[in-house]
Design a protein around this ligand. Structure first.
Ligand code: HEM
Length: 363
């Protein structure tokens, strides 16, 4: 029971408790990290820390998969469906110098949205408290993303967002992340870390919510990104007019069902905002736990995403296609790339883990 509560607590990202070191090599992309800018600071030993984190992720996923036929994502493994969307960008509210990358042109982009629960245990019922995720993939963007720039991907241009229902992350930087991951392997597990890091515990508890419909809540980048000469956070705010109530006796997968029944009759709607960083001293981009004050750094409305009226996305074929997709916050142009230490770890980890599960699944 104790370990169940622990695993639930740490549902923002992958975190099973007892990974053993495997002999398998973890490919390091440290050399492919972009040059520091916007006040980024690489901590001492950061490359080694990121390698440790990447190795623990790698070993944990292998161990938690065991003999299962499918290796699922470490984090956010349970999805409610991948649905067709359209994001319209309107940049008129942005100052000229911030109209870069995605925000350079006013345009409508077709996309796919994957709604998910954060808990590493994909068997958990939707009615339980959990972190909620929204990953978006835009097609046909008129620029290359960073993964194409560094030659780890080719093919058509794509821009991904990997968002969750919190405006900041639960760990500040790579050093703390390494300690946190190491704690997952230690005698006291994550509790050993949380007992001394109440800020982290508070953030985790706050971001675990019960919801009635994935289209009803807001999703944010949580970590900072570049916006030309400055940095920003991003947010999708639900503009669905009537919010649902949680059913009295919810089915195990009721979030997939509520998504399906809503989109059968109407479209979903999210207003898209960017929050340029007006207070870089306070909003230190190397500390992912900081929530940026909206008073000092106001949100600017830059678009709207419609989740289209549609049916059929919960068929077993479409659900398995959704399982096989991959989203990565570094699929963004250099002008809108992720910044700060937590995002540097994500560059290491997402590529490796996505490759690992795709290879295991024979894709
Ligand atoms: C050091 C920090 C982080 C690490 C190491 C990490 C790790 C991961 C990994 C390994 C995956 C699975 C990737 C795959 O197999 O394709 C994943 C997925 C995901 N992560 Fe993170 N994550 C981190 C931070 C964040 C943050 C800050 C957010 C939210 C803003 C986030 C939200 C998500 C979501 C929504 C997914 C599911 C994406 C999908 O639908 O495919 N993660 N994460």
């Amino acid at each position: 029971m104790k370990s169940f509560i622990l695993i639930s607590l740490i549902s923002i990202t992958t975190l099973a408790c007892t990974a053993k070191q495997s002999d398998r090599k973890v490919a390091s992309v440290n050399a492919l990290q972009p040059a520091v800018e916007q006040g980024e600071v690489w901590g001492g030993n950061e490359a080694a820390m990121m390698d440790t984190v990447a190795r623990i992720f790698h070993d944990t996923l292998i161990e938690s998969t065991g003999d299962d036929k499918i290796m699922r994502r470490d984090a956010h493994p349970k999805h409610h469906g991948c649905v067709a969307s359209e994001l319209e960008i309107f940049n008129k509210n942005l100052p000229e110098q911030l109209r870069v990358g995605l925000f350079k042109e006013n345009h409508k982009y077709q996309g796919i949205v994957r709604f998910s629960n954060g808990d590493p245990n994909f068997r958990k019922a939707d009615s339980e408290k959990d972190v909620r995720g929204m990953a978006v993939k835009l097609f046909g963007v008129p620029y290359q993303n960073y993964l194409q720039d560094i030659g780890v991907e080719d093919g058509p241009n794509r821009h991904d967002f990997v968002f969750m229902n919190a405006d900041s992350f639960f760990i500040p930087n790579p050093k703390a992340y390494e300690k946190f991951m190491e704690a997952t392997q230690g005698r006291f597990g994550v509790l050993g870390y949380l007992a001394f890091h109440w800020g982290t515990l508070g953030k985790i508890l706050k971001s675990r919510v019960q919801i009635a419909n994935s289209l009803d809540i807001d999703y944010a980048s949580a970590t900072p990104y570049k916006l030309g000469p400055t940095t920003m956070k991003m947010k999708f705010v639900s503009c669905k007019k009537v919010k649902d109530a949680i059913p009295e006796r919810p089915n195990h997968d009721f979030l997939g069902e509520s998504l399906e029944s809503t989109l059968r009759d109407q479209e979903g709607c999210f207003d898209f905002y960017v929050q340029p960083n007006k207070d870089p001293k306070k909003n230190n981009i190397e500390d992912a736990m900081i929530s940026w004050s909206e008073e000092k750094s106001p949100m600017i409305h830059v678009g709207q995403m419609k989740v289209k009226q549609q049916t059929g996305f919960r068929s077993s074929q479409r659900m398995s296609a959704c399982e096989n997709m991959t989203f990565n916050p570094w699929r963004a142009p250099l002008e809108n790339r992720p910044v700060g230490g937590v995002n540097r770890i994500r560059l290491e980890v997402y590529l490796n883990q996505s490759k690992l599960r795709h290879e295991y699944n024979g894709l």
